[in-house]
Each structure stands twice: as structure tokens, then as C-alpha cells.
Write a protein that binds this ligand. Structure first.
Ligand SMILES: CC(C)(COP(=O)(O)OP(=O)(O)OC[C@H]1O[C@@H](n2cnc3c(N)ncnc32)[C@H](O)[C@@H]1OP(=O)(O)O)[C@@H](O)C(=O)NCCC(=O)NCCS
Length: 387
């Protein structure tokens, strides 16, 4: 069923109620496809496993935007544009400097992306060409915004991006001024590929709803960032790490989880609206987290994660999702916990922007209906007669 075929209120009342639009088809897309029963994900027809194994975030972004893998020359030109657009305008930096230090990293990112619209030379132009230019600027500069905010809130001056590093390596460099090892940069690059797109997830839907009103690209991305922030969506990776820290030791995992089940609390990093099998992205992140634990010589977080997975699956049969192993992976890479969700945004912006182009290319206003369940025929009582 498409949004345009929303049933009448009478029919909706008669139908079994499914909150959260579960199972509804609200858009057509040629960007990515999830097979939730078999745990399979493709971007533009390519298997996510092949991309994680062989691609880079830059190449995957070109694939999402242009629909096929770039040639050597196309990728070189694309990378050059990406690198040239890493710096953020000084005015956007001034916005970050003006924010209270307690502002969440996702809040700072949302604010800075919104402010960037005002300084974008293509603001006001909604043509495809202008939107591709805006997307390049946004995707290239979001890591700079996040790293700059992290420095500013510590009272440090932001570090300028380097043009000789990959998107992933440059982000890690801008965070602390140290070039990451090849292994760490590669792990982040793979994580960025894995997070780049995912069907009609909540933040992508938000971006498409905003685009469907013919609002501009920056507004769509601001909507998406605000939606990703919540703990039932992208915010879950931060909550997974906070859970691991709270549990503290592998021996505490089982009692902690049994208590959570008893109290009917959700365990972050498990369950998914679409996947009934393990999320294929989680399989990759699990492998990377094991490799990172071997590299650092500290297996505590991955040991706890594996025990959690065992106990959750034995008791609740819930699959792990993308946010579960990314948490311990990022933590072992020394990334501050509240930057986990901004990292998700730094990657997903490539998918969001691809969906915005797709929405514009065949637009119809997304406007579902609600079922009214309130009172009717309530008489208006003048204020003097209400006591
Ligand atoms: C992702 C998520 C929001 C999907 O939710 P959904 O499709 O609406 O599924 P529901 O919340 O209706 O869950 C169905 C059942 O499984 C249970 N369940 C789902 N995820 C659970 C979790 N993480 N921990 C414990 N129970 C969970 C629900 O309590 C519910 O049980 P009930 O039928 O006895 O009430 C949900 O699984 C969740 O909250 N997970 C934790 C947050 C998270 O990791 N988010 C990142 C997603 S990538």
C-alpha cells in the first residue's frame, strides 16, 4: 500500500491496528534494499559484504548518488571535490563557538548544518546540480563540524582538515591531531560504508517527508539529524556503550539482563523493525570489534558484548542490530561515547542526500492520515460558565 492509497477512516478503524507504520510501503526507492528475513542488504544492487570488503566510503557515496560504481577518473574527480570541501565557513565555526559547552554533539551538529545553509552559495537553488554541490559540501564538512565541536567544548582550537587523508582517517586526525593507524582508519572506513544507507529508516523517512514539501536539501538533512538522534534509532549506539559500562564485568551480564527483562526494559542494540535475522552490518562490526580488541589487547568490551548477545538470544531471540558492536568498536578506537551517533550521521548523510534527490525526481507530497479517536460534538461553553 502506498501513502497515496491510504484507506478511508472507516476502513482503517475496521483493520487491525499497526502503530509506527509497520509493514507499510511509503516510498519507492532504487537506492538500497533490506531482506530482513535472510539478513541481506544491497546498495544499488551491490551486496553490502562486497562493499565492506572492497570499497571505500567515498566510492560508496558516489555509488549511492550516481547509481553505479565510478570509473578511476570519476572517482579521482569525486575524491578531489570531497577533499576541497572539508573546511567549514568561519561563520559556522562562530556558531559552534557560541554554543553552551553542555550542548550535545548531535545538537551541535544539527545546529551547524542548519547554519551552513545560510552560507551555502547554492542556497535557494533546488536544481539537481545545485543539490549535488550542496551534498558534497555537507558530506565533506560534517566530520569537520563534529571534530571542531569536540575540540571547542574541551576549550581547544579546532584542527584544520588534511587533504592527504581519507574521509575516515581525516576525521580521526581532526579529533585529536594524531594520524590514526591504518588499521583504525580502515575499521572506521568500513563502519562508514555499513551505515551509509538503509531503506526507509526513520531518519531517511524524515528527510523524504521534508523534501516532499519541496523544502530544500539542508532542511531535509536537519530533519534527518534530529530524527537519528533518538535512542530507538541512531542514538542506540551510545546507549549500548553506557550499558556495557554500567554492567562493568562479564560476570554481571546475565543478572543485569535478567533484571532488565523482568522490569520490561529494552536492551539497546537488539531488535529491529525489519530484520528478523542478524543484521549483516552487525556481522561486519562484530569482526572489526574482535580485531580491534586483539589489537589493543583488551578483550573486556567484546567479551561482555558476546555474553550479552548469548543471553539475549537465549531469552528473547532478538537479533543484534547495527548499533550493538559499533559501540565497543568505537570505544576501543578511543572515540568519545557521545560522538558515536554523530559518526552515524557523518555516514548516513550520503544516503539521506541520495533519497532527497530521489524524492525530488518523482515527488508527491507525503501526507498520511491519522485516525481520530477523540471526542466529537463537544459544545463550546463560554468561559464564565466553566467553573
Ligand atoms: C529497534 C526497535 C525500536 C524496533 O522496534 P519495533 O519494531 O517497534 O518492535 P517492538 O518495540 O514493538 O518490539 C516487539 C517486541 O520485542 C520486544 N523488544 C524489541 N526490542 C527489544 C529490546 N531491544 N530489548 C528488549 N525487548 C525488545 C518488545 O518489548 C516487544 O515485546 P512485547 O511484544 O512483549 O511487548 C526495538 O527493537 C528497540 O527498541 N530496540 C532497542 C533500541 C535499538 O537498538 N535501536 C536501534 C535500531 S537499529
Amino acid at each position: 500500500m502506498t501513502i497515496s492509497e491510504t484507506p478511508t477512516v472507516e476502513a482503517a478503524r475496521a483493520a487491525p491496528r499497526k502503530e509506527g507504520m509497520e509493514g507499510m510501503i511509503a516510498a519507492r526507492t532504487a537506492i538500497s534494499k533490506i531482506d530482513g528475513l535472510n539478513g541481506h542488504l544491497i546498495y544499488r544492487g551491490l551486496d553490502i559484504n562486497d562493499l565492506a570488503e572492497r570499497s571505500t566510503f567515498e566510492e560508496t557515496t558516489a555509488l549511492l548518488w550516481y547509481g553505479n560504481l565510478p570509473t578511476t577518473t570519476q572517482l579521482k574527480n569525486f575524491n578531489d571535490k570531497f577533499v576541497r570541501n572539508r573546511l567549514i565557513p568561519n561563520q559556522v565555526l562562530s556558531f559552534l563557538l557560541a554554543l553552551p559547552r553542555r550542548t550535545s554533539a548531535m545538537g551541535a551538529l544539527r545546529t551547524a548544518v542548519s547554519a551552513s545553509a545560510a552560507f551555502d552559495p547554492n542556497e535557494g537553488d533546488n536544481s539537481l546540480e545545485a543539490n549535488v554541490n550542496k551534498s558534497i559540501r555537507l558530506t565533506s564538512s560534517m566530520p569537520t563540524i563534529v571534530a571542531a565541536w569536540h575540540r571547542i567544548r574541551q576549550g581547544l582550537w579546532p584542527i584544520n582538515p588534511r587533504d592527504d587523508l581519507s574521509h575516515a582517517a581525516n576525521f580521526l586526525y581532526m579529533l585529536n591531531g594524531k594520524e590514526p593507524t591504518e588499521k583504525v582508519a580502515h575499521a572506521l572506513d568500513v563502519a562508514l560504508i555499513l551505515h551509509a544507507d538503509h531503506g526507509l529508516n526513520a531518519s531517511t523517512f524524515a528527510a523524504r517527508v521534508t523534501a516532499s514539501t519541496l523544502s530544500n536539501l539542508h532542511s531535509s538533512i536537519v530533519s534527518a539529524i534530529g530524527t537519528l538522534k533518538g535512542p530507538l534509532h541512531g542514538g542506540a549506539n551510545e546507549q549500548v556503550m553506557r550499558t556495557l559500562l554500567q554492567v562493568g564485568d562479564v560476570d554481571n551480564v546475565e543478572p543485569w539482563l535478567l533484571n532488565a527483562f523482568e522490569e520490561k526494559r529494552k536492551v539497546m542494540g537488539f531488535g529491529h523493525r525489519v530484520y528478523k535475522a542478524d543484521d549483516p552490518r552487525a556481522t561486519w562490526l562484530r569482526k572489526l570489534a574482535h580485531e580491534m580488541a586483539a589489537e589493543t589487547g583488551d578483550t573486556r568490551w567484546i567479551d561482555m558484548s558476546e555474553k550479552m548477545r548469548e543471553v539475549v538470544q537465549a531469552n528473547k531471540q532478538l537479533p543484534v542490530n547495527v548499533d550493538f558492536y559499533s559501540a565497543s568498536l568505537y570505544y576501543m578506537m578511543d572515540i568519545p561515547i557521545d560522538l558515536f551517533t554523530p559518526l552515524f550521521a557523518i555516514s548516513r548523510v550520503s544516503g539521506w542526500t541520495a533519497h532527497v534527490y530521489e524524492q525530488y525526481s518523482n515527488n508527491r507530497l507525503i501526507r498520511p492520515e491519522s485516525e481520530y479517536i477523540g471526542l466529537e460534538n463537544v459544545p463550546y461553553v463560554p468561559i464564565a460558565e466553566r467553573d
